[in-house]
Design a protein around this ligand. Sequence first.
Ligand SMILES: *Cc1c(COP(=O)(O)O)cnc(C)c1O
Length: 343
Amino acid sequence: MIIDLRSDTVTKPSKTMLEAMMQANVGDDVFREDETVNELERKVANMFGKEQALFFPSGTMANQTALKLHTNPGDQVICDKYAHIYNYESGGASFNSGVSCKLIDGSRGMFDAKQVEDAINPDAYYYSKTSLVEIENTTNKGGGACWNFDELLKIKKICDINKLGFHLDGARLWNALVVKNENTKQYGKIFDTISVCLSKGLGCPVGSVLVGDSEIMSEALRIRKIFGGNMRQAGYLAAAGLYALENNIDRLNEDHIKAQEIGEELSNLKFVRKVEPIETNIVIFELNDGVDENAFVKLLSDKNIYIISMGSHKLRMVTHLDYTDVMHEKLMDTIKHLNLKSF
Ligand SMILES: *Cc1c(COP(=O)(O)O)cnc(C)c1O
Protein backbone atom coordinates (compact mmCIF):
# COMPACT_ATOMS: atom_id res chain seq x y z
CA MET A 1 0.00 0.00 0.00
CA ILE A 2 1.40 3.35 -1.05
CA ILE A 3 0.31 6.37 0.95
CA ASP A 4 0.82 9.44 -1.20
CA LEU A 5 0.40 12.71 0.67
CA ARG A 6 2.53 14.90 -1.58
CA SER A 7 -0.50 16.73 -2.91
CA ASP A 8 -4.25 16.48 -3.38
CA THR A 9 -3.51 16.36 -7.12
CA VAL A 10 -2.42 12.72 -6.98
CA THR A 11 -5.98 11.38 -6.97
CA LYS A 12 -7.20 9.18 -9.81
CA PRO A 13 -10.76 9.31 -11.14
CA SER A 14 -13.05 6.88 -9.33
CA LYS A 15 -14.97 4.17 -11.18
CA THR A 16 -18.20 6.17 -11.00
CA MET A 17 -16.45 9.32 -12.21
CA LEU A 18 -14.99 7.37 -15.14
CA GLU A 19 -18.46 6.06 -15.95
CA ALA A 20 -19.84 9.60 -16.00
CA MET A 21 -16.98 10.62 -18.29
CA MET A 22 -17.61 7.76 -20.72
CA GLN A 23 -21.23 8.76 -21.08
CA ALA A 24 -20.57 12.41 -21.92
CA ASN A 25 -22.10 14.02 -24.98
CA VAL A 26 -19.20 15.70 -26.71
CA GLY A 27 -18.52 17.93 -29.68
CA ASP A 28 -15.81 20.22 -30.96
CA ASP A 29 -15.33 22.83 -28.28
CA VAL A 30 -13.37 25.10 -30.63
CA PHE A 31 -16.71 25.50 -32.42
CA ARG A 32 -18.19 25.75 -28.90
CA GLU A 33 -20.26 22.68 -29.72
CA ASP A 34 -19.38 20.46 -26.79
CA GLU A 35 -22.63 20.16 -24.82
CA THR A 36 -20.93 18.89 -21.69
CA VAL A 37 -18.35 21.67 -21.62
CA ASN A 38 -21.15 24.18 -22.15
CA GLU A 39 -23.14 22.60 -19.33
CA LEU A 40 -20.18 22.71 -16.94
CA GLU A 41 -19.50 26.35 -17.78
CA ARG A 42 -23.15 27.29 -17.28
CA LYS A 43 -23.27 25.41 -14.00
CA VAL A 44 -20.15 27.00 -12.53
CA ALA A 45 -21.18 30.48 -13.72
CA ASN A 46 -24.58 30.00 -12.03
CA MET A 47 -23.01 28.71 -8.83
CA PHE A 48 -21.09 31.98 -8.49
CA GLY A 49 -23.88 34.18 -9.84
CA LYS A 50 -21.65 35.26 -12.74
CA GLU A 51 -22.57 35.65 -16.41
CA GLN A 52 -19.80 33.55 -17.91
CA ALA A 53 -17.41 30.72 -17.20
CA LEU A 54 -14.65 29.13 -19.24
CA PHE A 55 -13.16 25.65 -18.84
CA PHE A 56 -9.35 25.44 -18.71
CA PRO A 57 -6.85 22.60 -18.84
CA SER A 58 -5.07 23.97 -15.75
CA GLY A 59 -5.41 26.38 -12.87
CA THR A 60 -2.26 28.09 -13.99
CA MET A 61 -3.78 28.91 -17.38
CA ALA A 62 -6.99 30.14 -15.75
CA ASN A 63 -5.03 32.46 -13.44
CA GLN A 64 -2.75 33.64 -16.23
CA THR A 65 -5.77 34.44 -18.37
CA ALA A 66 -7.29 36.41 -15.49
CA LEU A 67 -4.08 38.41 -15.10
CA LYS A 68 -4.16 39.22 -18.80
CA LEU A 69 -7.84 40.24 -18.66
CA HIS A 70 -7.24 42.65 -15.80
CA THR A 71 -3.95 44.27 -16.81
CA ASN A 72 -1.87 45.95 -19.50
CA PRO A 73 1.89 45.45 -19.87
CA GLY A 74 3.76 47.51 -17.29
CA ASP A 75 0.97 47.31 -14.73
CA GLN A 76 1.44 46.01 -11.21
CA VAL A 77 -0.52 43.31 -9.40
CA ILE A 78 -0.81 43.28 -5.62
CA CYS A 79 -0.52 39.82 -4.08
CA ASP A 80 0.98 38.02 -1.11
CA LYS A 81 4.64 36.96 -1.14
CA TYR A 82 3.37 33.34 -0.97
CA ALA A 83 1.04 33.76 -3.97
CA HIS A 84 0.86 30.89 -6.44
CA ILE A 85 0.79 33.36 -9.36
CA TYR A 86 4.12 34.73 -8.15
CA ASN A 87 5.89 31.57 -6.94
CA TYR A 88 4.60 28.63 -8.91
CA GLU A 89 3.51 29.80 -12.35
CA SER A 90 6.97 29.88 -13.94
CA GLY A 91 7.15 33.66 -14.05
CA GLY A 92 4.05 33.73 -16.25
CA ALA A 93 2.80 37.04 -14.84
CA SER A 94 5.76 38.83 -16.42
CA PHE A 95 6.11 36.48 -19.41
CA ASN A 96 2.47 36.50 -20.50
CA SER A 97 1.15 39.82 -19.28
CA GLY A 98 4.27 41.93 -18.77
CA VAL A 99 3.22 42.81 -15.24
CA SER A 100 5.16 42.99 -12.00
CA CYS A 101 3.93 41.85 -8.61
CA LYS A 102 3.92 44.08 -5.53
CA LEU A 103 4.36 41.51 -2.81
CA ILE A 104 2.65 41.94 0.53
CA ASP A 105 4.45 40.47 3.53
CA GLY A 106 1.36 38.75 4.84
CA SER A 107 0.69 36.04 7.35
CA ARG A 108 0.16 32.47 6.08
CA GLY A 109 -0.55 33.93 2.64
CA MET A 110 -3.13 36.44 3.87
CA PHE A 111 -3.08 40.18 4.50
CA ASP A 112 -5.44 42.98 5.46
CA ALA A 113 -7.10 45.91 3.72
CA LYS A 114 -4.63 48.43 5.18
CA GLN A 115 -1.72 46.52 3.64
CA VAL A 116 -3.48 46.62 0.27
CA GLU A 117 -4.04 50.34 0.58
CA ASP A 118 -0.34 50.86 1.37
CA ALA A 119 0.70 48.73 -1.61
CA ILE A 120 -1.17 50.79 -4.21
CA ASN A 121 1.18 52.98 -6.21
CA PRO A 122 0.58 56.74 -6.27
CA ASP A 123 -0.96 58.06 -9.44
CA ALA A 124 2.30 59.56 -10.75
CA TYR A 125 3.60 58.78 -14.24
CA TYR A 126 6.88 57.29 -13.03
CA TYR A 127 5.17 54.53 -11.02
CA SER A 128 3.79 51.40 -12.57
CA LYS A 129 0.04 51.41 -12.61
CA THR A 130 -1.59 49.24 -9.95
CA SER A 131 -4.49 47.52 -11.62
CA LEU A 132 -5.29 44.29 -9.77
CA VAL A 133 -5.44 42.74 -6.32
CA GLU A 134 -5.08 38.97 -6.25
CA ILE A 135 -5.74 36.69 -3.30
CA GLU A 136 -5.75 32.95 -2.77
CA ASN A 137 -8.32 30.99 -0.74
CA THR A 138 -7.30 28.62 0.70
CA THR A 139 -3.66 29.65 0.63
CA ASN A 140 -1.37 26.96 -0.73
CA LYS A 141 2.07 27.94 0.61
CA GLY A 142 0.24 29.41 3.61
CA GLY A 143 -0.79 25.89 4.64
CA GLY A 144 -4.43 25.79 3.56
CA ALA A 145 -5.40 28.83 5.60
CA CYS A 146 -8.83 30.41 5.01
CA TRP A 147 -9.50 34.12 4.76
CA ASN A 148 -11.84 35.97 7.05
CA PHE A 149 -14.64 37.02 4.71
CA ASP A 150 -15.07 40.40 6.45
CA GLU A 151 -11.48 41.27 5.54
CA LEU A 152 -12.20 40.38 1.91
CA LEU A 153 -15.16 42.77 1.98
CA LYS A 154 -12.86 45.52 3.24
CA ILE A 155 -10.33 44.79 0.50
CA LYS A 156 -13.12 44.85 -2.06
CA LYS A 157 -13.99 48.35 -0.88
CA ILE A 158 -10.38 49.48 -1.40
CA CYS A 159 -10.48 47.93 -4.89
CA ASP A 160 -13.66 49.83 -5.74
CA ILE A 161 -12.38 53.16 -4.46
CA ASN A 162 -9.14 52.76 -6.42
CA LYS A 163 -10.71 51.12 -9.50
CA LEU A 164 -8.70 47.93 -9.12
CA GLY A 165 -9.75 44.51 -10.34
CA PHE A 166 -10.13 41.77 -7.74
CA HIS A 167 -9.17 38.20 -8.66
CA LEU A 168 -9.53 35.11 -6.50
CA ASP A 169 -7.27 32.13 -7.07
CA GLY A 170 -9.73 29.61 -5.70
CA ALA A 171 -7.84 26.43 -6.55
CA ARG A 172 -8.93 25.17 -3.12
CA LEU A 173 -11.89 27.47 -2.54
CA TRP A 174 -14.09 24.37 -2.05
CA ASN A 175 -12.14 23.49 1.08
CA ALA A 176 -12.64 26.99 2.48
CA LEU A 177 -16.37 26.94 1.72
CA VAL A 178 -16.82 23.66 3.57
CA VAL A 179 -14.82 24.69 6.63
CA LYS A 180 -16.24 28.21 6.95
CA ASN A 181 -19.74 27.28 5.90
CA GLU A 182 -19.62 29.91 3.17
CA ASN A 183 -21.15 29.77 -0.31
CA THR A 184 -20.10 30.40 -3.87
CA LYS A 185 -22.57 33.29 -4.38
CA GLN A 186 -20.99 35.46 -1.70
CA TYR A 187 -17.61 35.06 -3.40
CA GLY A 188 -19.12 35.75 -6.81
CA LYS A 189 -20.47 39.01 -5.46
CA ILE A 190 -17.14 40.52 -4.44
CA PHE A 191 -14.64 39.15 -6.96
CA ASP A 192 -14.48 40.20 -10.62
CA THR A 193 -12.92 36.89 -11.61
CA ILE A 194 -12.49 33.58 -9.80
CA SER A 195 -10.55 30.50 -10.83
CA VAL A 196 -11.51 27.18 -9.27
CA CYS A 197 -9.82 23.83 -9.61
CA LEU A 198 -11.54 20.52 -10.28
CA SER A 199 -8.44 18.35 -10.13
CA LYS A 200 -7.33 18.91 -6.55
CA GLY A 201 -9.68 18.07 -3.69
CA LEU A 202 -12.50 17.27 -6.08
CA GLY A 203 -10.61 14.43 -7.70
CA CYS A 204 -10.90 15.14 -11.44
CA PRO A 205 -8.05 14.16 -13.73
CA VAL A 206 -7.90 17.62 -15.37
CA GLY A 207 -9.61 20.96 -15.24
CA SER A 208 -10.12 24.42 -13.84
CA VAL A 209 -12.80 27.00 -14.51
CA LEU A 210 -12.58 30.79 -14.65
CA VAL A 211 -15.75 32.78 -13.96
CA GLY A 212 -16.65 36.44 -14.35
CA ASP A 213 -19.23 38.74 -15.84
CA SER A 214 -19.41 39.18 -19.63
CA GLU A 215 -17.55 42.47 -19.72
CA ILE A 216 -14.34 41.19 -18.16
CA MET A 217 -14.70 37.72 -19.75
CA SER A 218 -15.26 38.98 -23.30
CA GLU A 219 -11.63 38.35 -24.28
CA ALA A 220 -11.13 35.21 -22.18
CA LEU A 221 -11.71 32.80 -25.06
CA ARG A 222 -9.22 34.63 -27.27
CA ILE A 223 -6.58 34.69 -24.53
CA ARG A 224 -7.06 31.01 -23.74
CA LYS A 225 -6.44 30.35 -27.45
CA ILE A 226 -3.32 32.54 -27.44
CA PHE A 227 -2.06 30.45 -24.51
CA GLY A 228 -2.78 27.31 -26.53
CA GLY A 229 -5.58 26.17 -24.25
CA ASN A 230 -8.25 25.50 -26.86
CA MET A 231 -9.56 21.94 -26.65
CA ARG A 232 -11.72 19.73 -28.84
CA GLN A 233 -13.93 16.98 -27.31
CA ALA A 234 -13.20 18.22 -23.82
CA GLY A 235 -16.65 17.13 -22.66
CA TYR A 236 -15.13 13.89 -21.37
CA LEU A 237 -13.17 16.02 -18.92
CA ALA A 238 -16.01 18.42 -18.23
CA ALA A 239 -18.19 15.42 -17.32
CA ALA A 240 -15.71 14.58 -14.58
CA GLY A 241 -16.10 18.15 -13.35
CA LEU A 242 -19.89 17.95 -13.28
CA TYR A 243 -19.66 14.66 -11.42
CA ALA A 244 -17.20 16.12 -8.89
CA LEU A 245 -19.30 19.21 -8.19
CA GLU A 246 -22.27 16.94 -7.41
CA ASN A 247 -20.45 14.34 -5.36
CA ASN A 248 -17.12 15.45 -3.99
CA ILE A 249 -17.53 18.80 -2.25
CA ASP A 250 -19.20 17.90 1.04
CA ARG A 251 -16.83 15.02 1.69
CA LEU A 252 -13.86 17.43 1.87
CA ASN A 253 -14.65 17.59 5.56
CA GLU A 254 -13.26 14.06 5.92
CA ASP A 255 -9.92 15.25 4.52
CA HIS A 256 -9.91 18.12 6.99
CA ILE A 257 -10.53 15.85 9.98
CA LYS A 258 -7.73 13.53 8.91
CA ALA A 259 -5.34 16.47 8.47
CA GLN A 260 -6.17 17.63 12.01
CA GLU A 261 -5.45 14.18 13.40
CA ILE A 262 -2.14 13.95 11.55
CA GLY A 263 -1.17 17.35 12.92
CA GLU A 264 -1.93 16.30 16.48
CA GLU A 265 0.09 13.13 16.14
CA LEU A 266 3.03 15.01 14.60
CA SER A 267 3.05 17.58 17.36
CA ASN A 268 3.66 14.75 19.86
CA LEU A 269 6.98 13.94 18.23
CA LYS A 270 10.00 15.30 20.07
CA PHE A 271 11.88 16.13 16.88
CA VAL A 272 9.02 18.13 15.38
CA ARG A 273 9.53 21.75 16.29
CA LYS A 274 6.31 23.15 15.00
CA VAL A 275 3.09 22.17 13.26
CA GLU A 276 1.42 25.11 11.57
CA PRO A 277 -2.27 25.69 12.33
CA ILE A 278 -4.37 23.28 10.29
CA GLU A 279 -7.59 24.67 8.89
CA THR A 280 -8.21 22.45 5.88
CA ASN A 281 -6.37 19.57 4.21
CA ILE A 282 -2.78 20.83 4.29
CA VAL A 283 -0.36 19.98 7.09
CA ILE A 284 2.88 21.95 7.20
CA PHE A 285 5.43 21.16 9.88
CA GLU A 286 9.04 21.81 10.77
CA LEU A 287 11.70 19.55 12.23
CA ASN A 288 14.12 20.54 14.95
CA ASP A 289 17.38 22.14 13.92
CA GLY A 290 19.89 19.47 13.07
CA VAL A 291 17.26 16.97 11.95
CA ASP A 292 17.79 16.47 8.24
CA GLU A 293 14.46 16.86 6.46
CA ASN A 294 15.57 14.92 3.39
CA ALA A 295 16.47 12.00 5.62
CA PHE A 296 13.04 12.28 7.21
CA VAL A 297 11.31 12.25 3.80
CA LYS A 298 13.45 9.24 2.82
CA LEU A 299 12.63 7.42 6.06
CA LEU A 300 8.93 7.75 5.28
CA SER A 301 9.29 6.89 1.61
CA ASP A 302 11.08 3.68 2.64
CA LYS A 303 7.81 2.88 4.41
CA ASN A 304 5.85 3.73 1.24
CA ILE A 305 4.67 7.06 2.64
CA TYR A 306 5.31 9.98 0.32
CA ILE A 307 5.46 13.58 1.52
CA ILE A 308 7.31 16.62 0.19
CA SER A 309 9.81 19.09 1.47
CA MET A 310 8.96 22.73 0.77
CA GLY A 311 12.40 24.09 1.54
CA SER A 312 13.27 26.38 4.47
CA HIS A 313 12.85 23.43 6.87
CA LYS A 314 9.18 22.94 6.02
CA LEU A 315 7.55 19.64 5.19
CA ARG A 316 4.09 19.13 3.80
CA MET A 317 1.37 16.50 3.81
CA VAL A 318 -1.93 16.95 1.98
CA THR A 319 -4.97 14.75 2.57
CA HIS A 320 -7.34 13.92 -0.28
CA LEU A 321 -10.04 11.74 -1.79
CA ASP A 322 -7.75 8.76 -2.38
CA TYR A 323 -6.29 8.85 1.13
CA THR A 324 -8.47 6.19 2.71
CA ASP A 325 -9.34 5.38 6.32
CA VAL A 326 -7.08 2.34 6.17
CA MET A 327 -4.17 4.47 4.95
CA HIS A 328 -4.90 6.98 7.68
CA GLU A 329 -4.72 4.31 10.39
CA LYS A 330 -1.45 3.03 9.02
CA LEU A 331 0.00 6.54 8.78
CA MET A 332 -1.04 7.47 12.32
CA ASP A 333 0.49 4.27 13.64
CA THR A 334 3.70 4.86 11.69
CA ILE A 335 4.05 8.43 12.95
CA LYS A 336 3.44 7.33 16.52
CA HIS A 337 6.30 4.86 16.32
CA LEU A 338 8.77 7.00 14.39
CA ASN A 339 12.07 6.85 16.10
CA LEU A 340 14.54 9.68 15.95
CA LYS A 341 17.33 7.15 16.35
CA SER A 342 16.66 5.90 12.87
CA PHE A 343 18.15 9.11 11.48
C1 LIG B 1 -2.56 24.13 -7.85
C2 LIG B 1 -2.78 25.56 -7.76
C3 LIG B 1 -2.92 26.35 -8.92
C4 LIG B 1 -2.65 25.85 -10.33
O1 LIG B 1 -3.15 24.69 -10.68
P1 LIG B 1 -2.57 23.80 -11.88
O2 LIG B 1 -3.81 23.14 -12.36
O3 LIG B 1 -1.59 22.88 -11.25
O4 LIG B 1 -1.98 24.68 -12.91
C5 LIG B 1 -3.18 27.68 -8.77
N1 LIG B 1 -3.31 28.22 -7.55
C6 LIG B 1 -3.19 27.52 -6.41
C7 LIG B 1 -3.34 28.19 -5.11
C8 LIG B 1 -2.90 26.16 -6.48
O5 LIG B 1 -2.76 25.48 -5.34
